[in-house]
Design a binder for this molecule. Structure first.
Ligand SMILES: *Cc1c(COP(=O)(O)O)cnc(C)c1O
Length: 370
C-alpha cells in the first residue's frame, strides 16, 4: 500500500513547518549543557508567575474535561479587550484559529493572498485545503498592501496579514491598514495576525502608528484579529490563542473547533496571565531594552538588520547564513535560519535578557571571526 498515493494531494505536497531547534535536541546531539535558545520568540523572563500558579492549581483537576466553552477566559478577554464573548474563538495556540479561518471560508477553488517573507503557516493552511496561494512581493521586507489589493480576484476568499510580520518584524501603520480593509470586497476575509501585538504597541518600540485593530472589528465584518498567549505572556508550551471577529464568524469558527481544543491547565493559566500586568510590563521593557542593545551592537559591527517591532530581529550576516547558524549551534546558541522565508543571508534572533543578548553577541563575534 502506497499511503502517499492515498493521501489527498494538498497534504501529500506539504513541507512540514520547521520549528526552532528544541534545547533538548541540541543537548542530545552535542552533549552540551547551558544552551541558549533565541530561536522561537519565546519570553526570556519565563511564564507569567500568576499564570504559572493558576496552572499548578488547575493540575489537581485534570481528570475532568476542560470547559469546552472557555467561559472564564472569554469573560476575562471580553472585559480586558472591550469585545463581546460571542466575538471570541479560542484556539490551541493562535495558529489553530488561523487554520479555522482558512477552513471556514476557503475551498479548493479559492485563492488565499499573503506576502513574501511572511509567516510559514499561511501557505501550509492554504495547501491543506487545496486552495491556491497568491504570494505578493514584499516592499522593504514587509507587506505591500497595494500589491496585495491588486492580487485580489473573484476567487480570493482570505488574506493573511501578519502585523508585525514574522520573521521580518516589519509592521503596517493604522491608516494604510484601515483603508486596505475598508476597500476589500465583502466576500474577502482578512486575518490580521497579531501574535506580537503587545510588543509592537509598547511605546518603547517607537511604532507610533501601529494600530489597535480590535477597535475596527465592529466596523468591518470581514476582519478577524488573531492574538496569542505564546509570546509576551510566556505560555507557548500550553497552547492558547484567540480570534476576535464578527459574532457570526466566531460562530462558524466555533462549529469547526474541536470541543476541547484548549486544555484546562492552559485555560486557567491564560486567564490568570491576562491579569498579570507586572509581568507584562517587565516583559515589554526588557524587550525594548534588548532591542536597543542588539541594534546598537549590529550598528557597531556594521551589520545591517531589518527594523523590527517584535521580540525578534533579522540580522543580515552578509554571507549565506546556514554555516553561521551551524557554527552558533556548535557553541550552544540556537537562533533561526530564515532561508526558507526567502532570506538566505539573514538570521532571526529572539531578543533575550541583557545577559542572553550579550552571550549571543559574543558568540556571534567568535563565529564571524572564525
Ligand atoms: C508565534 C506566531 C503565531 C502563533 O503562535 P501560537 O503559539 O500558535 O499562538 C502566529 N503568528 C505568528 C506570525 C507568529 O509568529
Amino acid at each position: 500500500m502506497n499511503f502517499y498515493e492515498l493521501a489527498q494531494p494538498g497534504v501529500r505536497g506539504l513541507t512540514p513547518y520547521q520549528p526552532g531547534k528544541p534545547i533538548e535536541e541540541l543537548e542530545r546531539e552535542l552533549g552540551l549543557s547551558n544552551i541558549l535558545k533565541l530561536a522561537s520568540n519565546e519570553n526570556p523572563l519565563g511564564p507569567s508567575p500568576e499564570g504559572l500558579a493558576a496552572a499548578q492549581a488547575a493540575l489537581a483537576g485534570v481528570e475532568l474535561y476542560p470547559d469546552g466553552s472557555g467561559f472564564a477566559l472569554k469573560a476575562a478577554l471580553s472585559a480586558k479587550l472591550g469585545v463581546a464573548a460571542e466575538q471570541i474563538t479560542l484556539g490551541n495556540g493562535s495558529s489553530e484559529v488561523l487554520e479555522f479561518a482558512a477552513r471556514v471560508f476557503v475551498a479548493a477553488e479559492h485563492e488565499v493572498v499573503f506576502s513574501q517573507h511572511s509567516f510559514a503557516l499561511y501557505p501550509i493552511f492554504t495547501q491543506i485545503i487545496g486552495a491556491k496561494a497568491v504570494v505578493t512581493p514584499a516592499a522593504q521586507w514587509g507587506h505591500d498592501l497595494d500589491a496585495m489589493r491588486r492580487a485580489i480576484t473573484p476567487r480570493t476568499r482570505l488574506i493573511f496579514i501578519a502585523n508585525p510580520n514574522n520573521p521580518t518584524g516589519t509592521w503596517v501603520g493604522g491608516a494604510a491598514l484601515e483603508s486596505f480593509i475598508r476597500d476589500l470586497p465583502p466576500q474577502v476575509m482578512v486575518v490580521v495576525d497579531e501574535a506580537y501585538f503587545e510588543y509592537a504597541s509598547h511605546a518603547g518600540m517607537g511604532a507610533a502608528d501601529y494600530p489597535n485593530t480590535l477597535a475596527w472589528v465592529n466596523r468591518y465584518p470581514n476582519l478577524i484579529v488573531a492574538r496569542t498567549f505564546s509570546k509576551c505572556y510566556g505560555l507557548a508550551g500550553l497552547r492558547v490563542g484567540y480570534a476576535v471577529s464578527h459574532p457570526d464568524v466566531a460562530d462558524l469558527m466555533n462549529r469547526l473547533r474541536p470541543p476541547f481544543n484548549v486544555g484546562s491547565v492552559a485555560l486557567a493559566a491564560a486567564t490568570a496571565a491576562l491579569g498579570d500586568e507586572a509581568h507584562l510590563q517587565r516583559t515589554l521593557s526588557t524587550n525594548a531594552d534588548g532591542m536597543r542593545q542588539l541594534t546598537a551592537a549590529f550598528n557597531e559591527r556594521g551589520l545591517a538588520y531589518i527594523p523590527s517591532v517584535g521580540n525578534f530581529i533579522c540580522v543580515d550576516v552578509d554571507q549565506p547564513a546556514g554555516p553561521l547558524y551551524d557554527a552558533l549551534l556548535r557553541k550552544g546558541v540556537i537562533v533561526r535560519p530564515v532561508a526558507n522565508y526567502g532570506l538566505p543571508n539573514h538570521l532571526r534572533v529572539t531578543v533575550g535578557t541583557a545577559e542572553q543578548n550579550a552571550v549571543f553577541l559574543r558568540v556571534l563575534d567568535e563565529v564571524l571571526a572564525a
